[in-house]
Design a protein around this ligand. Structure first.
Ligand code: SF4
Length: 372
């Protein structure tokens, strides 16, 4: 079928996409700037269906945020709080283990664990937390800690990133979630997150994890003060690392939520930008298998449509989400498995439950089997 593109400048990109050729930075810029979102989405859908057919992946997971106390003060953040803040919280180990088991009866296959950079919790404390979770929930995959948290734990323990990752893995970490990447541009990071590791360090932690055999996801925070050039640069840096290690499973574009942050004067992202972020990522990141429409960030309604614009994954049930809800997210904190199935089927896609490593899962309401 020969599609009719309103924006004829996109036709050479279509030819590359059809031939399976890699797109370059100029192509990426044009994809971000073209008003012809249907053409951009049509090409992204072509790649998405080539990789995944009609399947949309989802999982049954639970988020765990053990503390929101953080030594950093990123302007992009509404979650992190100083220890003296009366609204700050830090769960005890017993609370973490207890809350992990709360929620619906559906057996979760994954705990997604991230939190603030706490000034007192040690690497040993986190390792004990992980061992306790593994003891109580031996079949649940532990996807834990952003590259930023790992760098901080290493710095506090005065050991290398590699040693830190080895200790965390020995205690139970199965993979890494990939947050904290924000935008790699140093100019932008100086404004939105100047207390964090820089982009090169983020990539180096990911590289070290991948070399140890730990898979991770990767992310990009968009919709604040970054330019289209910054977005393309970010995606191409992720693509270059993936060429080297093959360790990224999934890319997740994260829409900036300004409410309750120091950047609250900025507007929220539009549906147009959210959909385009999915589509451009699908087209530029030819070596990353999965593009996730994270419904918490972009609403279930937009995530549903994104399945026709390049996304092949909707994330999971989540159960309890704090980070984006502190920043004004108006979405629910959880979706039942049956609601995810409906979102996928209504988009004409075929839902396939996965574990964290994208192995199909067979389940009853209270138990699951990973098909290997
Ligand atoms: S974004 Fe992360 S590192 Fe920065 S203040 Fe928030 S919790 Fe802390």
């Amino acid at each position: 079928m020969q599609p009719i593109f309103d924006d004829r400048r996109l036709v050479p990109i279509l030819e590359k996409v059809r031939a399976g050729e890699r797109l370059d930075a100029d192509d990426g810029l044009l994809l971000y700037r073209s008003p012809d979102i249907l053409a951009v989405g049509w090409m992204a859908n072509l790649v998405r269906e080539r990789k995944h057919g009609n399947v949309t992946w989802f999982n049954v997971n639970r988020h765990i945020n053990p503390t929101d106390v953080c030594v950093a003060s990123c302007r992009l953040c509404a979650f992190g709080k100083k220890a003296r803040d009366p609204k700050a919280y830090t769960w005890s180990l017993e609370e973490v283990w207890q809350r992990a088991g709360e929620g619906w009866s559906e057996a979760v296959t994954e705990f997604h664990i991230v939190g603030g950079l706490h000034p007192e919790l040690t690497l040993g404390w986190y390792c004990e937390m992980l061992r306790g979770l593994k003891q109580r929930f031996p079949d649940v995959h532990l996807k834990a800690f952003t590259m930023v948290e790992i760098a901080y734990l290493a710095q506090r323990a005065k050991i290398s990133i590699r040693e830190t990752l080895e200790q965390l893995r020995a205690a139970g970490v199965d993979s890494l979630p990939g947050g904290g990447a924000e935008i790699f541009s140093e100019r932008v990071r100086r404004v939105i997150c100047d207390h964090k590791i820089d982009g090169a360090q983020w990539l180096e932690v990911a590289r070290t994890a991948h070399r140890l055999g730990l898979k991770s996801n990767c992310t990009m925070l968009y919709g604040h003060i970054e330019t289209e050039e910054d977005r393309v640069d970010h995606l191409l840096k992720l693509r270059a690392l993936q060429d080297d290690t093959g360790g990224f499973q999934t890319f997740i574009p994260l829409a900036f939520h300004p409410a309750n942050t120091a950047l609250h004067h900025l507007p929220v992202t539009t549906g147009f930008d959210d959909i385009r972020s999915i589509a451009v990522a699908r087209l530029l990141l030819d070596n990353i298998d999965h593009i996730k429409a994270y419904w918490i960030m972009m609403t279930p309604a937009v995530a549903q449509i994104a399945q026709r614009f390049g996304a092949d994954d909707l994330d999971g049930t989540v159960v309890e989400e704090k980070i984006y809800h502190d920043a004004g997210a108006t979405t629910s904190q959880s979706l039942r498995r049956t609601e995810l199935l409906r979102l996928i089927r209504e988009a004409g896609r075929e839902p396939l439950e996965r574990d964290t490593l994208y192995r199909p899962v067979q389940r009853t309401e209270t138990a699951f089997t990973v098909l290997v």
